[in-house]
Design a protein around this ligand. Structure first.
Ligand SMILES: [Fe+2]
Length: 197
């Protein structure tokens, strides 16, 4: 099953390769794509609280039906976690925001040049402005959220791609629907994302 997910994710990036900046970044990600995917380790303990939003995100109509079907098949294995330290304002974002790394140190395959995973945000949730030195590419799989980058706010529907250059503060705000998106990182893979508000 991990091989099927590997191919469905790679196909998503392959289809977006092109002459524009997003297409160039998709090509860079694919060039570093790992070929040896291990069987996903079984998830111990209770599933991450935010993963309760996944079924609804995958059930919505949208592009990339093969990838969404494959994610449904491996839903119980996805390694969701919330990776930020506690916020000074006390907001419990871990209840509704989670990330599942699939390629990277915590993923099902390693690569020296990319990290790839899923971002899941529950309905009516604000993922505050954050920043990291890695180049980030997002593909929206489900849910139309308001995406902020460099103070520009844009509604991004399923099928949209978003490129964040290094150090660009960015945020997402969901409405009635959960947001599910694939992310990739290139460049500085080691420095974490940090909140800037
Ligand atoms: Fe980011």
């Amino acid at each position: 099953m991990s091989r099927v997910l590997n191919e469905a994710l790679a196909a998503l990036f392959r289809a977006r390769i092109g002459p524009d900046p997003i297409g160039g970044e998709a090509a860079r990600v694919l060039a570093a794509w790992p070929t040896d995917w291990a069987a996903p380790p079984p998830q111990g303990g209770a599933p991450h609280h935010a993963s309760r939003h996944l079924a609804r995100a995958l059930a919505a109509d949208g592009p990339d039906p093969d990838l969404r079907r494959t994610l449904q098949d491996v839903a119980a294995l996805l390694p969701w976690r919330y990776s930020y330290p506690a916020r000074a304002d006390g907001a419990d974002l871990a209840a509704d925001i989670a990330f599942a790394e699939l390629i990277g140190p915590r993923g099902w395959a390693g690569s020296p040049a990319i990290r790839v995973g899923l971002t899941l945000i529950g309905p009516d949730t604000y993922y505050p402005l954050h920043s990291h030195p890695a180049v980030e590419l997002y593909a929206v799989l489900s849910g139309t959220a308001e995406w902020t980058a460099d103070r520009e706010v844009t509604a991004r529907p399923p099928g949209a791609w978003v490129l964040h250059e290094p150090g660009t503060p960015h945020a997402m705000r969901t409405g009635a629907s959960p947001l599910l998106a694939v992310y990739s990182w290139t460049g500085d893979l080691k420095s974490p994302s940090i909140y800037v508000e």
